[in-house]
Structure formats: structure tokens, C-alpha cells
Design a protein around this ligand. Structure first.
Ligand SMILES: C[S@@+](CC[C@H](N)C(=O)[O-])C[C@H]1O[C@@H](n2cnc3c(N)ncnc32)[C@H](O)[C@@H]1O
Length: 551
């Protein structure tokens, strides 16, 4: 720590005191060697901590480095003297690397999309957090001093993440009122301005639901140079922070922990609703609608954590999108395809995203392959909870010319193959007393798509719907639900064949949605059908066709 630096955090205060104690011991000339050695050791531990944290935290981006350098080399005294800022702003206000990285990490972990910062200063914290937000994410930064917006904006403009930041100048409380009036809500709120008002910001945020159900609030300087716990504190800010910490700790609406990084960061989250406590305050109906089934809110009920899924035809198109969706929702996924290279490629994609996956090469028109696929998955993962029977083929011919080979080939994959998969997976699931089978049918089970001729395909897919309805009703009382998804015309490699490409324009005029389906349009449906949230649904044909079957 430079000699002229005012100690700003509990660790810096310790370093300062230990340095002084060491000097006194040295000057006295008769301090025991053991005391000097202990003092040195304590000093080494305290003074090395921040530097080590700096070094071991992931490097900041070039834009953050620039912002930091520009902030610490700026003459803030001069700016204030010139009347450009209302207050004299110390450069030490800046959050800096380790704290910026902590905030960034919290955004990643909580998957926040909307963030509110109270007290932006030169935008180091704002840009750190914006870097962790997904595209389309938004950070509203409240800042009293218009000068600071002008200061930060050029660097925000250079960063690819700067466009996510909206700076609102003026009093933070006025901005909070404006946001609350507009019904705005945030996944993460970082409070870092005006220590005396922390408690008012906090109360306003909670009383007006500015923090979302799963939201996290972070509050900076909550250790305030250790003054919050030192008995002889008289400093206003230290006392305000002490009162604030006590208030939050005793507030039944939240849970908090103070992380002793730099000057302390409180991490506060809304506690789960305690119905008894709430009942005392207001009339509520304490049931599964209020609390969620087993306390799980609706989006949690669609999570597939720990479940085992397979998807056939997962090497490309709809199957690949299903495999990603199920994996993203938490399931382990067996990527099944006739084509080993494609199955392995998708497995690699999933692995890169942190999803547990294996590839299985199988021709689902062959009963031995189907059984081997099921056995492989069960021996690897011990169960099958979700069976996505998606593999299918399509051939075109006028009905009067359709050969028996074409008919048999199509049915062997689309209907016989789907049946074999349902039966083999169903046997495992019936034994488990639980399972979700999702077959891929088609809008062609409802209408006759035209002008292309595809008798075998249409008929086989109508068969898939009836197969689904029959199994769905036969097995539901033993815990196995069977449903199917009927996509409209999906933009997959299948329709980019020479013969089908000219038809796309024609199809578009038949689709109220005005576009073909993307595979991503189908992903939520497969997750829903795979999850507990759809437990009362069986034998259903979920049609997703942009309205085409209704015209
Ligand atoms: C500790 S600094 C914020 C540091 C910042 N979070 C960062 O990442 O570097 C506090 C900031 O809050 C601003 N501020 C103080 N009182 C405010 C108020 N009532 N409304 C909005 N901003 C305020 C100050 O101008 C100052 O820029």
C-alpha cells in the first residue's frame, strides 16, 4: 500500500496498524524477537491478500483497464473546483478489478438479465456487470453527477457491451420511484451510493418489488473499514452501515451474507415465502398455487436436473435442437443417430456447454439396434426418464407411383421404428413407474401438405399420433406419459433438397405466421412435455405450425 494512501478497507486498516506497530517495536530497540517476527508474519498475511486476489482473479477486459486508468489519473479536485461536479469525488470510489470480477461472477451465476446500479461513478462496476449480461440484457445505472455520464460514455461506446448500459442522471431515489411507477423489476441490484441512504434504498426496493422473485441485491462497503463492528465508532457512515446491516439481518423477507472482499459486499436475496409469517401480515391462501408444487415455482418445475434423456435423429435439425434443449434444462442426454460422426459432433457441442452427454449410433428401424440403444443408456446411467423418438424420413412420389419399397422404408423408420423405441423405452419406464415419451409426429398427420406428394410420410405420421394416443392412455396409470409434437414445415436440411426448394414460397403463403418454423420454435415444447409440469397431459398431439393447419 503506498505510504500516502488512506486505508480504505478492513485489510488496509490492518496493514496500516501492523506497519505502525512494527515501526514502534523496531524503534523501542528492546522488543522481543518473537514479537517482531509475529508482527512481520501478520503484516505479510494482511498486505499480501489484496495483491494475491488481484493476481488470481481473471484478467479484466481492455475496456475496463482503460476505464480504470482514465479514472485514477483524472484530476477530480480540479473538476470539482471548476464546478463540473457537485461533490469532490475521490478516485478510490471506483470498485476496481476484484470487486468488478465478483459482481460479474454473481451476474453469471444468477443468470441476471436486468441489472440496476445505484451509484455508477465512472462506470467500472457497470461495465463489469454489462460484460456478463447476455445480448439483450440491460443495466440501468443511477448517477447523480451528469459529468460522470460524459466521462464514462466514450468507453461504453467502445465496448461491445456498452450498449447494454443506460445511465440515468439525477437523484437515485427519484429514478427508483420512476422505475417502480413503470412496474420495472431487476434480477440484480447493486447499491453503491450515498451510505446514509442505503436503508432507504433497500426499503424502497423491497417494498416496491423492484427486486424480482429470484433476484439478488449486492451492497458495497458493508464492512466500512471495520467500523461496523468496532465499538468506538463515531463516524456517521460507519454507524449508518452498522444499522443497515442489523436491519437487513433481522428482515424476515431476505437472507444475507457479507463477503469480506475489499470493503465488504453484502449479498442479499429474497427468502422463500414463509406462509405463516405472511399470513400474520395479510390474508393469503397458502396452497400449491401460492407456494408452488413442492415449493417449486413454475419455471423450476420445468427443470430436468438429474433426468436421463435420449433423442433419436439427434445428429441434426429438430433432434439436435431437442438434445440441446433437454440438456440445457438439466438432463443428461444420449445423442442417438444413424450417422456416428453427426451424433459425436452434437455430443461434443453439448459437452462444451457443460451438459453430460453420450453418443449412440443406432438404426431405429432395426429392433436389435433399438434394444442396444436402450441397454447402453440404462447400463451407463441406470434409468431412462425421457425418450424422444424423433428420427424420421420423408420421400416424395405421387400416390399412384409410390412403390412398396418407399412405403415400407418410410413406415419402417417413422412408425415401426417409433413403436419399437416406445416399446423398449416404455418397458424400462413402466418398471421405474415413471417416464415421459415424446414422439415427433407432423402437421401432416392433420392436413395433407401440398403441392408435394408424400403419401407414405403423411400416413406414417398419422400412425404416430394414433400410436401416441393409444400408449398414452394405456400407460398413464403406471406413470408413463406419451405425447407427440407435430411441427409444421421446419427449416431443416430435409427441405433444402433440389426438389423441395422451389416450394418454399408456395408454403409461405399457407402459413399465417408468414415464415417457416425454426427448430428453436419447438424446444420449449419438448422441455415442457419432458417435465413434471405436463404430468396431466398424455396422448396429446401438440401442434406447432404457425397456424398452417387452421387455414
Ligand atoms: C462509490 S461511488 C460508485 C462506484 C461505482 N459503483 C463503480 O463501480 O466504480 C458512488 C457514486 O454514487 C454517486 N451518488 C452519490 N449520491 C447519489 C445519489 N443520491 N443519487 C445517485 N448517485 C449518487 C456519486 O456521485 C458517486 O459517483
Amino acid at each position: 500500500m503506498p505510504a500516502d494512501k488512506v486505508p480504505d478497507t478492513p485489510v488496509e486498516v490492518l496493514v496500516d496498524l501492523l506497519t505502525k506497530a512494527k515501526e514502534i517495536a523496531a524503534a523501542s530497540g528492546n522488543a522481543p524477537e518473537e514479537l517482531t517476527s509475529h508482527l512481520q508474519k501478520a503484516l505479510d498475511i494482511a498486505s499480501g491478500l489484496d495483491e494475491y486476489l488481484e493476481k488470481m482473479s481473471t484478467q479484466e477486459s481492455e475496456h475496463l483497464t482503460e476505464l480504470y486508468k482514465k479514472t485514477v489519473s483524472h484530476d477530480w479536485d480540479q473538476v470539482h473546483k471548476q464546478g463540473k461536479t457537485k461533490f469532490r469525488l475521490p478516485k478510490e470510489c471506483i470498485t476496481g478489478h476484484v470487486e468488478g470480477q465478483t459482481l460479474k461472477m454473481l451476474i453469471h451465476i444468477s443468470q441476471a438479465k436486468r441489472v440496476l446500479e445505484i451509484g455508477m461513478f465512472t462506470g467500472y462496476g457497470a461495465l463489469s456487470m454489462a460484460e456478463a449480461l447476455p445480448d439483450g440484457g440491460c443495466l440501468i445505472a443511477c448517477e447523480l453527477e451528469p459529468y460522470l455520464k460524459e466521462f464514462a460514455q466514450p468507453i461504453f461506446d467502445k465496448s461491445p457491451h456498452g450498449k447494454k448500459i443506460i445511465v440515468k442522471t439525477g437523484s437515485a431515489m427519484d429514478t427508483l420511484k420512476e422505475l417502480a411507477a413503470a412496474g420495472d423489476q431487476f434480477d440484480m441490484i447493486f447499491v453503491d451510493a450515498d451510505k446514509n441512504n442505503y436503508i432507504n434504498y433497500y426499503k424502497f426496493i423491497l417494498d416496491n418489488n423492484l427486486l424480482k422473485l429470484r433476484g439478488v441485491m449486492c451492497v458495497d462497503n458493508s464492512l466500512f473499514k471495520a467500523k461496523v463492528y468496532l465499538k468506538d465508532t463515531t463516524d456517521n457512515n460507519g454507524l449508518a452501515l452498522r444499522e443497515f446491516n442489523q436491519f437487513v439481518c433481522a428482515d424476515p423477507r431476505v437472507e444475507q451474507v457479507i463477503i469480506p472482499v475489499r470493503d465488504g459486499i453484502s449479498v442479499i436475496r429474497r427468502a422463500s415465502v414463509d406462509a405463516e409469517r405472511m399470513t400474520a401480515q395479510c390474508e393469503i391462501t397458502d396452497d400449491e398455487v401460492f407456494r408452488g408444487i413442492q415449493g417449486r415455482p413454475i419455471l423450476d418445475r420445468m427443470r430436468l436436473d438429474g433426468e436421463v434423456a435420449y433423442v433419436t435423429g439427434a445428429g441434426q435439425g429438430i433432434g439436435r435442437a431437442f438434445a440441446h434443449a433437454l440438456g440445457e434444462a438439466g438432463a443428461k442426454v444420449a445423442v442417438v443417430d444413424l450417422d456416428q460422426v453427426k451424433a459425436e459432433a452434437v455430443t461434443k457441442e453439448l459437452f462444451l456447454k457443460g451438459i453430460t452427454a453420450i453418443s449412440v449410433t443406432a438404426d431405429i428401424s432395426k429392433s436389435d439396434d433399438v434394444q442396444r440403444m436402450i441397454d447402453t443408456i440404462v447400463s451407463k446411467w441406470g434409468a431412462i426418464h425421457i425418450a424422444c423418438n424423433n428420427a424420421g424420413i420423408n420421400m416424395n412420389s405421387a400416390s399412384e407411383d409410390t412403390s412398396l419399397e418407399e412405403w415400407d422404408q418410410t413406415f419402417n423408420v417413422n412408425l415401426r421404428g417409433t413403436f419399437m423405441c416406445c416399446q423398449a423405452a416404455g418397458r424400462v419406464m413402466l418398471k421405474q413407474g415413471y417416464g415421459k415419451i415424446i414422439n415427433t409426429a407432423s402437421m401432416a398427420s392433420l392436413i395433407v401438405p401440398h403441392p408435394q406428394k408424400q403419401l407414405s410420410y403423411n400416413t406414417s405420421k398419422a400412425g404416430v399420433v394414433k400410436l401416441t394416443q393409444t400408449l398414452g392412455t394405456e400407460w398413464i396409470d403406471r406413470g408413463v406419459r406419451v405425447n407427440c409434437i407435430s411441427p409444421g414445415i421446419v427449416d431443416t436440411p430435409l427441405i433444402h433438397s433440389e426438389s423441395l426448394r422451389p416450394l418454399v414460397q408456395r408454403w409461405l403463403s399457407d402459413i399465417p405466421a408468414g415464415r417457416l418454423a425454426q427448430v428453436t420454435d419447438l424446444q420449449a415444447a419438448v422441455v415442457y412435455l419432458a417435465s413434471d409440469a405436463s404430468d396431466y397431459m398424455t396422448g396429446h398431439n401438440l401442434v406447432i405450425e404457425g397456424g398452417q393447419s387452421l387455414w
